[in-house]
Every structure is written in C-alpha cells, then in structure tokens.
Design a protein around this ligand. Sequence first.
Ligand SMILES: CC(C)(COP(=O)(O)OP(=O)(O)OC[C@H]1O[C@@H](n2cnc3c(N)ncnc32)[C@H](O)[C@@H]1OP(=O)(O)O)[C@@H](O)C(=O)NCCC(=O)NCCS
Length: 183
Amino acid sequence: MAAVAPTPGSITLRSMTAADVAVVLELERELFPHDAWPESFFYDELAQAEPALAAERATRRYWVAEATQPQGRGVIVGYAGMMCVLPLADVQTIAVAPAAQGRGLGTRLLAEIEAEAVRRGAEDLLLEVREDNPAAQRLYLRVGFEQIHKRRAYYPDGGDALIMRKHLADPKPSTAANLMGAP
Ligand SMILES: CC(C)(COP(=O)(O)OP(=O)(O)OC[C@H]1O[C@@H](n2cnc3c(N)ncnc32)[C@H](O)[C@@H]1OP(=O)(O)O)[C@@H](O)C(=O)NCCC(=O)NCCS
C-alpha cells in the first residue's frame, strides 16, 4: 500500500468511515511508532463525526486522501482529523504515507482542516506536535502556526509536545449595534 507514489492531482479527499479504519490503522502504526492511536480511538472519534452524527451535532470531522490507481482502485495514502468545540478547533491527527510525502498532501490536508474550522466559526486552530518531529513543525510554521507552549513528557515514551496555534479570525467586535441586538 505505502509503495504508491501518486501525483498530487490524482488524490481526492473524502470523509473517513469505519470501513477505512483497518487501512488507516496500518499507516498509523507505521507513521507513529511511539504513540499510535489504538483502533478504538478511531471508532470513538468517527462516532462523533459526520456522517455518524448530523452536521450540527458532530464535533469531529475526519478525511482520508485516496490515490486512484491505474486499475481504478482507490488506495488510502493519508488521513486527517479535526475537533471543533467553539471557539477552538484542534488538529486531532494528520498523516501521509511515506511514499506520498513531500508532494504537498500534508499541506492540502491541513488546509482542509483549516477551511472546515473557519467554516464552523473557530477563532483559533490548535495542535500538538512532538518536539522531535521537525518535518511536521516545518509544515505548521510554513502555514502560519506559532508555538505557544511546551508540555514536557506529554507522550507515553516521555517525549515533549509543542503546542502550536494559528489564529483564524478576529472575534466579532462588540459594537454598540450588536450589543443592542440590532440586525
Ligand atoms: C508531517 C506530514 C503530515 C507532512 O506531510 P507531507 O505530505 O510530506 O507534507 P507536504 O508535502 O505538504 O510538505 C512537506 C515538504 O514537502 C515540500 N513539498 C510540498 N509540495 C511539494 C512538491 N510538489 N514538490 C516538492 N516538494 C514539495 C514542502 O515544501 C515541504 O517542505 P518543508 O520540509 O520545508 O516543510 C508527514 O511527514 C507525516 O505524515 N509524518 C508522519 C506523521 C506525523 O508526524 N504527523 C504529524 C503529527 S503532529
């Protein structure tokens, strides 16, 4: 599966479903050797996401990136998830198969998360990243995240986490008009 090296144009993003979890889990274990999510995490998250829940009740949104093979078969080469409980949104996870890395897919998945967070009205988008993961940090810095905290020994193997934030929108100004409930 990870031997696929698709061109960015041949990859489509769609909502992750429970049927994708087995393949996603293989990638998860390969890409996060120190702190892979257990299978149950994915099912728990998807239970709080569309389409399991109606859009207005879903606090999560998960995507898979699927590369179309010449035979027409789709192969999952990346995935990402977001939580949004206003006023904040969080990058829950983001991952790209090794053979598909360095071609803009991570940037595209992150842009999808950000667009969804903006659509839902989030003011800030937050994430955690291992301090010893410079590739991911470069991606986040490049698209406008800044480090706001460090959590020591956050990960099960004792690794530190950097907390990063991207400000998405200015809070609505409290003008005299909206304080008085004017339309
Ligand atoms: C972090 C991760 C998601 C990035 O995914 P990616 O698809 O490689 O990301 P991109 O291709 O968008 O960006 C990576 C680099 O490729 C470069 N790139 C993007 N499109 C490119 C293209 N068409 N041609 C050449 N290089 C390109 C980017 O400029 C970027 O360079 P940088 O090193 O200066 O940041 C991926 O490395 C990954 O899954 N890592 C393991 C899991 C992980 O750590 N997840 C993050 C947890 S916080």
